[in-house]
Design a protein around this ligand. Structure first.
Ligand code: MN
Length: 290
């Protein structure tokens, strides 16, 4: 298990993607010993793409891009104008991921990140399949992959379990559509941490780790050992990325979207160093347990 690329979400270090925030995120991710920086594309207006690419390369840091959509730009809607705005946002974000040198664009690509007041409609699901099929074809031409992050019921009504994500990926019908599991969401929706990993199997393309309360790894009750053992069982070789949020860093708007009503940490670099050590130790133990 040792040898996985380890990533850290940039929101551990900075709330946006202005040049200063990008420099801080890259420097601190590198100092904490990570291989990959995950950049959330929620602040595109401030992102200097070529400068960011140059800084990532200089630091020898890989990049993964992620995002959720918005209620007025949402491909799971049945309103064609709302769907079209969502599709445009996805296209723009895929372009930027590519320009940054990333090969994986992931997250809640299929809906807004927020509480829906109703179940997903058949028309809405058909729109998700159609738009993501087109995006997957576009990504394929560029040698890129899309990730479908499985999120909990309070953040989306499209895919809450690995089984639903597998069904969606099958309906989209392209091999470069990968499943993205996050143990924080799995804890809310899945029966355990093993079944969903086995179910995703070779389609599993990306993994987020965070505690049940999104604080310091090891300070909650999640069974990382079972999860990592399941990853080993399917010979998962992809990246494992640490994700945690605090309003000490995250902007007020995104703080509201992510429901960060209390802060479990204030010092991002200290949290990241701890997470890097926790992951290395846990993965080493998983490998040694045969
Ligand atoms: Mn996540």
């Amino acid at each position: 298990m040792v040898g996985h690329q380890l990533g850290v979400h940039a929101l551990v270090f900075a709330g946006g993607t202005t040049p200063d925030e990008i420099t801080r995120s890259i420097t601190q991710a590198k100092q904490a010993g990570f291989d990959i920086l995950e950049l959330s594309l929620h602040d595109l207006g401030n992102l200097d793409v070529s400068r960011t690419k140059a800084e990532l390369e200089a630091a020898n840091l890989g990049v993964v891009c992620s995002r959720g959509l918005a209620f007025d730009a949402d491909i799971s809607s049945s309103d064609p104008a709302v769907v079209s705005r969502g599709a445009q946002l996805l296209q723009e974000s895929l372009n930027i991921t590519s320009q940054l040198g990333g090969t994986l664009f992931t997250g809640a690509l299929y809906s807004a990140l927020g509480k829906y007041a109703h179940p997903l409609s058949p028309a809405g699901r058909a729109n998700v399949v159609r738009v993501l099929r087109e995006l997957a074809e576009e990504a394929n031409h560029r040698g890129m992959e899309l990730g479908i992050e499985v999120c909990n019921r309070y953040e989306t009504n499209v895919v809450n379990t690995a089984a639903q994500a597998m069904d969606l990926a099958e309906d989209i019908g392209h091999d470069n559509v990968r499943i993205h599991l996050d143990i924080y969401h799995m804890n809310i929706e899945e029966a355990d941490f093993v079944g969903p990993v086995l179910r995703a199997g070779k389609r599993l393309g990306y993994v987020h780790v965070g505690e049940n309360h999104r604080g310091y790894l090891g300070s909650g009750h999640l069974d990382f050992s079972s999860f990592f053992r399941a990853l080993k069982h399917i010979d998962y070789t992809g990246a494992i990325t640490f994700e945690s949020f605090s309003s000490a860093v995250v902007s007020p708007t995104l703080t509201n979207d992510l429901a960060i009503w209390r802060d479990l940490w204030r010092d991002g670099p200290a949290l990241a160093r701890h997470a890097r050590q926790f992951l290395a130790t846990a993965l080493e133990a998983t490998g040694a347990g045969d």
